[in-house]
Design a binder for this molecule. Structure first.
Ligand code: ADP
Length: 307
């Protein structure tokens, strides 16, 4: 069982009349990359700001490695790195100069560390090139490098893949996998785009109107978005017997309404129909269902549009 890194209980934040977070209970485990997914205004930044100690919760508690963030920000703050809203990069400076500035600001001046971190995020060879001339992906990677000063165990990155092109997303994915895999860092990364987040996260936290709607692993998400054939018949026992004995598949589930979900033979529907018919199964429905990531997300938050 992996170690609990961060735990929030009943975390609530109200801005005057606006309830931005409502009774949030989270338990994040070491070495995982958690994707915090929600539409704009869902409460992602507010949650990260509360965890980073950048604002006070109206109610509830936050513990990092068993220590209260509210009571001991000096110690807990050292174990986390956060990139929220702006990385504070100076466009007129090089990557190295920016790292040096951030190291000084954090009270950790260390030339070797600056080079090491730039190397880690793949920016060691950018020389005197100014950050204002970097691609968005390079800037995001530099921002992530600044959060790694002090070697935190827990990283929070607010929308680091927002607006990146596919190769930029891959760059960030490789970097985050490196950090979580070799270094066992735990990462919380937010996005309003599930297909993008899908490229990097191991677990998903779906937030809507300040409430956590669902927490699920990458495997569970895959399972729920898996394409299947739905079959209905006048005799479900006969149907499942033929699936097993004649079509040699056990990749199906009998649903409470007696329909059968078949996760196999999706490309062999003609043969499926024919074999069932030849074996006397009366099929009253045969249809393919596929849930996209967007559909799944919209279903969980109970809306129609995808933003
Ligand atoms: P997200 O990061 O998911 O886009 P936010 O956490 O920024 O969402 O915002 C959640 C809700 O809280 C929104 O309705 C937003 O308008 C509101 N909100 C955020 N910050 C403030 C603030 N400082 N004052 C008042 N309302 C705020």
């Amino acid at each position: 069982m992996s170690k609990t890194v961060l735990e929030t209980r009943n975390l609530t934040k109200r801005y005057k009349t606006q309830l931005a977070l409502s009774h949030v209970d989270l338990c994040l485990k070491q070495g995982r990359i958690y994707g915090l997914i929600g539409k704009n205004g869902a409460g992602k930044t507010t949650l990260m700001r509360m965890i980073a100690g950048l604002g006070f919760p109206t109610e509830g508690s936050i513990e990092l490695f068993g220590r209260s963030i509210q009571e001991d920000l000096a110690k807990t703050g050292k174990r986390m790195g956060a990139l929220i809203e702006s990385a504070g990069l100076v466009g007129g400076m090089s990557a190295k100069e920016n790292m040096h500035l951030q190291c000084l600001m954090k009270g950790i001046p260390n030339y070797e560390l600056e080079d090491e971190l730039l190397d880690l995020v793949g920016l060691a060879d950018t020389g005197r090139k100014k950050v204002k001339n970097f691609s968005l992906g390079m800037r995001q990677r530099l921002g992530i490098a600044t959060t790694l000063i002090g070697d935190p165990d827990f990283l929070m990155l607010d929308e680091p893949i927002n607006g990146l092109d596919p190769s930029g997303v891959i760059e960030i994915r490789n970097l985050l996998k490196k950090l979580s895999g070799y270094d066992s860092k735990t990462i919380l990364i937010s996005s309003h785009n599930l297909p993008e987040l899908y490229q990097v996260a191991t677990d998903y936290i779906i937030i809507h109107n300040g409430e956590i709607r669902e927490i699920l692993s990458h495997e569970e998400l895959d399972e729920r978005c898996k394409a299947y054939i739905t079959l209905e018949s006048t005799d479900v026992n006969q149907l499942t017997t033929v699936l097993e004995s004649q079509l040699h598949t056990d990749q199906f589930k009998v649903m409470p309404d007696n329909s059968v979900r078949l996760f196999d033979l999706l490309d062999e529907r003609d043969r499926l129909g024919r074999v069932l018919h030849e074996n006397g199964v009366i099929v009253t429905k045969l249809a393919v269902f596929e849930t996209s990531l967007e559909d799944y997300f919209m279903n969980v938050i109970g809306g129609k549009e995808y933003a």
